[in-house]
Design a protein around this ligand. Structure first.
Ligand code: NI
Length: 166
């Protein structure tokens, strides 16, 4: 098993939509294992493949609900509802948290490592992590969900941090 370096804000791979996985072979199983290990090492509650530079549609998460780590392959959000403000962070934008408003409830359909159709649904942390990780696989980042003016300020802060101005 390998712990991978996590790509951070500014790396173009984070903005590229990932490609669907057609064969859930040994490579995909190994990738999932490495992603789970990398997520826990970070530590974080979710990780998408493009965050370690792999442009495939697979993410892992642990919603801290005693069910342990779970894998979603080719996930699609099929339902959301409500509204929920949550102090959201991202391993690819380390050190930053923003109060981000998104739907509270989310339902995702995906495949597991055996190729079975699975559904993950819930609110709270689970609802948020599902939306956050599927967002990554679509080339989104959490700052995309900030109101325009807040986003502008956030981008300026991140850039200045990266340049070591602060
Ligand atoms: Ni993230």
């Amino acid at each position: 098993m390998t712990i991978h370096a996590i790509r951070t804000f500014g790396d173009p791979v984070l903005r590229m939509p990932t490609k669907a996985i057609e064969d859930i072979d040994a490579t995909v199983h190994n990738l999932a294992r490495d992603m789970i290990e990398t997520m826990y090492d970070a530590p974080g509650v979710g990780l998408a493949a493009n965050q370690i530079g792999i442009g495939r549609r697979i993410a892992v998460f642990d919603a801290q609900d005693d069910l342990g780590p779970r894998v979603m392959i080719n996930p699609v959000i099929v339902e959301t509802s409500g509204e929920f403000e949550y102090d959201e962070g991202c391993l690819s934008v380390p050190g930053y948290y923003w109060e981000i408003v998104r739907p509270g409830f989310a339902r995702v359909q995906a495949l597991d490592l055996d190729g079975n159709e699975v559904e993950y649904a819930g609110d709270g942390l689970l609802g948020r992590v599902l939306q956050h990780e599927v967002g990554h696989l679509n080339g989104e980042l959490l700052i995309d969900h900030l109101p325009k003016r807040v986003r502008k300020k956030a981008l300026k802060e991140i850039r200045e941090d990266k340049l070591g101005i602060n």
